[in-house]
Ligand binder design. Sequence first.
Ligand code: HEM
Length: 484
Amino acid sequence: MVVLNPDHFLALPRPVIGVGPPTGAPDTTTLAAHDFDIDTRTGFMPPQPPLTRLPPQWELWELVLEDGLASRLQLADKPDLSEGDRQRASLWQARIRELPILPTSQLKESEILLRRAHLVLAWLLHLYIRTLPPSLSEIRIPPPITVPLLQVSSHLQLPPVLTYSDDVLYNWALKEPVPLTIASPAPALDNLRCLTLFTGTRDEEEFYLSSARIELQGVQALTLMRGIMDEAFVGDSIAITRITSYLHSLAGVIGELTKLLLAVREGCDPQVFYNDIRPWFRGMDSDTNAKPWVFEGMEMDPTLRPPTELSGPSAGQSALIHALDVFLGVDRYSHASHVTGHQSSATKPSSKESAASLPLPLSTSPEASKPSVAFLTRMQLYMPRHHRAFLRHLSNSPRPIRSIVEKSNDERLTEAYNSAITALKVFRDAHVRIVAIYIVGPSRRGGRPVDEQKGTGGTSAIQFVKSVRDQTRGALLSQSQSSA
Ligand code: HEM
């Protein structure tokens, strides 16, 4: 592949915050702040390990989170909950309600502080909600969480719930720290650990890390996409030969992602995942009992609006997998508005929604309005806004690869394109198996009080992932199409 000269400023990794660029190199920090927040070594993951603790002004949040996690709070609907578990939860909830409402204005000076604040507050929110007695008819979120969480979320343009960025992208540290320099390589896939876990189990950690490893490995896919776009710009016969080769390489990289996905089985037990880990993630939409969440104290800040986008975290919020879809032109199938996972929504795609064109928060009562918007389009609202902007940029490419292939009349190029689509379809075959192993199987075996085959956002999990897989297969081009 033709690569940029290593001295080219675009080829340089982002300068380490606080260290700055090496002598003579331009400072691209400002560019980075306005670009897509994607690093040449770590992709959508930040190049340096995320902040582990907020400064002292917000220490009370950190302490109450630390105590909640250390005291091993249990899910309130756990079948064998003891009286001691109930008392611990109730004492901890009282501490949350008694917290002062900490100001957030200084957090807004730094994206890194805001990210950590979102993580801490969203984790507190889920811990609080999921330890409340199941008999309550509605869930009331107290002002010490409501006010700062809504303020921070509004600033980050994220929903005020736990997202994939909170439990994967910004929830890691190095097991064996290495000195940070401008030239630090990406973290080794086996040198990661998590910062925050609901259960403290290896199963939970491995669940998040399997996604983190996919993100890091996926950098190779992003590099190939960039190479393909550069060649598409040139567009001559040599460029077409190179694109053909890069597409085959892309298929190989997606194959590696599939292996990493399946490797989740080595460290995460399906029964533990289903019974002990997954219920913590439930947002309002995926709540089987569909209890309303009431955010108390909103009147204290007139700029706040009632949040309505309240699904829990999902790897469906991974910008990497969306980028593959968008780049290959699969998204017109997988993001079609009928692919919602809702049984009642089997209508034909009617519009070309994109997350960018949707307001945040959306008006989305769980059952009524969501089915009209593709689940994956909606999940883009849960991504860091720079990543969302990247997907928008990618989808506006003046030379989409699918059109190039369709118009090329080139059999080898079509075959290479199809190999990448097939690899993505195989990734999704594996993902369907994972959902069967981790959700359908344990649900059938019982254990939790209610049937929970619903996914994030209230989708029927297995039905949804199968339909996305089938849509991916539908993106394959026939030879006749390529020569049409
Ligand atoms: C034990 C492991 C996993 C389970 C049980 C699981 C489960 C699910 C479920 C139930 C959905 C449906 C939507 C939702 O409810 O969120 C989903 C969607 C999705 N998951 Fe996973 N997942 C797992 C691991 C992963 C990993 C490691 C990735 C890769 C980063 C991934 C990528 C996706 C994507 C991209 C979607 C959206 C549908 C699609 O594009 O195919 N999942 N997953």
